[in-house]
Design a protein. Sequence first.
Length: 514
Amino acid sequence: MLEKLLTEMKQQPAFDFSSCIARGIEKEHLRVTSAGSMAQTFHPKALGSKLTNPVITTDYSEALLEFVTPPMQGKRELLDYLTSLQQFVYANAKDELLWPSSMPCDLPDPAMIPLADYGKSNGAIMKKVYRQGLTNRYGGTMQMIAGIHYNFSVNHQFFHVLKDLEQSKETLPNYINQKYMGLVRNFLRYAWVLPYLLGASPVCANTSVIADVDFLKPLAKDSMYGPYATSLRLSELGYHNKGQDLLHINFNTVQDYAKTLLHATQQPYPEFQAMGLKDNQGYHQLSEALLQIENEYYNVVRPKQPIKPCERPATSLLQRGVNYVEIRILDLNPLLDLNIDESTMDFMDMFLLFCLMQDSPPMTDESLKECQDNIKRIAEEGRRPDVKISVDNKEQVFREAAMELFKQIENVALTMDDATGRSKRAFNEQLDKIKDPELTPSSQLLTTLLTEKLGCQEFFLMRAKQIKSKLMQRTVDSTLDLPLIAKQSLEDFHRMDAEKQGSFEDYLARYFAS
């Protein structure tokens, strides 16, 4: 069925796969000093307001930068945009560097990690209380792990053509929702291959080992590594929800997804109830529920719709449907100057297009857990020669399952290919990694560290300096006026901060009621 659809789509007059796809990137980086320790400085004022700057903000901490690009069709244009953002930070953060790895540098005591402070407006206070809640629930160390979010969408022309070929009787909005949710389910089914291919965090500082795990070994004096690990960010050391077995998030329809996510923000959880909501010192968390808000659900993929002021993500999905899909599985690759490259994006596009067009049966709680377990297993020991995954409760050798998957994805690569042959090259680059684990980023990184007898602190600091030097010498063709964007964001911030506010309690009640 997939092969037939691809052939028919390519035969459509004036239809071009590449022009139908848009992708945006959200990329996090820990700011560090020239000596490699976490920056204790506030978010540099020259970068604008972290509350209102649309392209440079912060995540959990003052020290955890986040770059945000708009959706773009051109991959080179997207990388140039990222280059401009990083150059602007380098130029305005004095001697500070951007840590090039997803796993953070050698961190201080968690109490010394400064929460991002967004100002005095109720929306700003809510963002900080949410982060305080994350601290109390999970600890600050986990929250300092960085990553790349890959935001993927296809335009209405694509959906019109696909809908006609599938002879669907659904309205176009309903059809789009169904296809995006099918993509999400298929991504969960097949995402186990991505940590192996693209995972680039097999090593971490000792301070990041916040759980008892048996797959790590010492590396130098300050580091630990997993001999077969691909992505510690996706392992037991990375992001995970407490009370995972109580969540029951349903991915079968957008309505099911939004409503089960909302339910998780209303379901009391004993451990969080014991923390209390607030005392005379202030709020401990936004709520005592399993999730404070929808954003706390740490999943590798999310259906998304841009939100309006004081609107909940689930509400936006229920009212306006899915606008794009946010992929949250990618590590920063410290071997690449921008931590991602065109070839990676080429492969991600064909992988996601495969997930979108392939049949996607409904999922149960049990099948979702099987998918999540597969991802975690490959993250922790994906390069082990005999590693297996579970498919429909049957154990399969990882490499055999991956080769079967690639036979299906190859049809998409061949269909998307243009005169340059770029899609097929990107496909072959990833296929070669399945055949030879030493070609994976995690293996290349570990080989360098073990051969040169380096700890991660020393190596990543060296890479941070190299990357800064190289990017500051790079010229990009961009009309992006970042000083003006920063200036405007500060004006917007001061106006919001000066506006008359009702009580935070009323604001929070209105938000949850929405």
